[in-house]
Design a protein around this ligand. Structure first.
Ligand SMILES: [Fe+2]
Length: 358
């Protein structure tokens, strides 16, 4: 009885001693075979793990049928994994991304059925953001983050990248918090962290209203019709409706509602301008645009980070980037009017500190 087994590799460093997963663990042997190393991961000792690592097995494998167990395990133990010294930053970034993508996907899917965010999903989202804080607090977490730039644009992964960029950006510009919450200065450390955490929730859920927009429209390869575009433009309002009863401060709900408003007016859904647009929404407008532009779309190559910044500050594209007959994204025309310029300047300095492309 030999079923065709398929395997998925995962980093040894994602196994936290003391909280081991209960699935079978395989190793890839020198003679190119998958060999059962442990029938029950739950019984593996830290010593055995150390031995395996010393033998050069930094990647181990599981039966693809047990992937769901691995996903559950990662989500339950993400905090410990992100603090594990044996796990590399790149592995942490990819594990974080995997778990976060699952959480956002579930948030979209369950909210679609309910028309609102349920409390269990909200707890998972908040836990995810707390884990992002652990990761971002590590001094060398920024490099794996830079490597995420240019990946494919998928709604759930995009949400994770917006979360990361927003939190890292805000941490390096704490003066912005005073405009997110006016009494920020008088708050103690615990409450300040809570403000940052809530900003993360807004970043992760900014597009939650897209759960109510048909995937056929969201993934359409080409220009949207006028009607389709009107439907897409409803997503900030849908998002607000979904979060209305959630136990979140007003600045989070406003950020979701305002994240497509343009600083000089003309955005949607309200057509607000300037300081009418909440501070966190102005931050999201920048981060969301930057990640969307630098991601690969089915119909569009990723824009290099430097080029994206040029477009965002308003310089017109060079002629060769818009060959005749090719779909040109209308956002490539220069976007200065969309953003709070002072904030955009800070964001560009922040990106510069990340030493992109090196
Ligand atoms: Fe959006």
């Amino acid at each position: 009885m030999h079923n065709q087994q398929r395997y998925m590799s995962f980093p040894l460093g994602s196994i936290v001693p003391g909280s081991l997963p209960d699935f079978k663990i395989f190793i890839f042997s020198r003679d190119s075979r998958y060999v059962l190393w442990s029938r029950d991961g739950g019984r593996v000792t830290p010593e055995q793990l150390a031995k395996l690592s010393a033998a050069g097995h930094h990647e181990v494998f599981l039966d693809l049928d047990e992937e769901f167990k691995y996903d559950e395990y990662l989500e339950d133990h993400l905090g410990g994994i992100l603090e594990n010294r044996l796990t590399t930053d790149e592995q942490k970034a990819s594990i974080f991304s995997k778990v976060s993508t699952n959480v956002v996907k579930d948030a979209f899917e369950t909210s679609l059925g309910l028309g609102a965010m349920d409390s269990k999903t909200m707890v998972r989202t908040q836990t995810m953001v707390e884990n992002a804080l652990i990761f971002i607090a590590q001094s060398n977490s920024i490099q794996p983050l830079a490597k995420m730039i240019g990946h494919d644009y998928r709604t759930y992964e995009h949400a994770t990248k917006v979360l990361w960029f927003t939190m890292a950006f805000l941490r390096s510009n704490p003066d912005i918090f005073e405009q997110v919450r006016p009494d920020y200065d008088s708050l103690d450390d615990h409450l300040r962290t809570e403000v940052l955490r809530h900003c993360g929730v807004a970043a992760l859920l900014h597009d939650i209203g897209k759960a109510l927009v048909s995937p056929d429209i969201l993934n359409k390869n080409g220009r949207l019709t006028e009607t389709e575009w009107e439907i897409v433009k409803r997503h900030p309002l849908n998002g607000l409706a979904m979060l209305l009863d959630a136990d979140l401060p007003d600045f989070v709900k406003k950020a979701v509602l305002h994240h497509h408003e343009d600083f000089q007016g003309g955005g949607y859904p309200m057509g607000f301008e300037g300081l009418q647009i909440s501070m966190l929404a102005r931050v999201l407008r920048i981060v969301d645009t930057f990640d969307a532009m630098t991601s690969r779309r089915p119909y569009k190559q990723p824009v290099p980070p430097l080029k994206a910044m040029q477009i965002m500050v308003g310089k017109p594209p060079e002629k060769e980037t818009a060959p005749k007959g090719k779909i040109q994204d209308e956002r490539d025309i220069g976007m200065r009017r969309c953003f709070d310029e002072e904030l955009l300047r800070k964001f560009i300095i922040f990106l510069g500190d990340m030493k992109l492309g090196q």
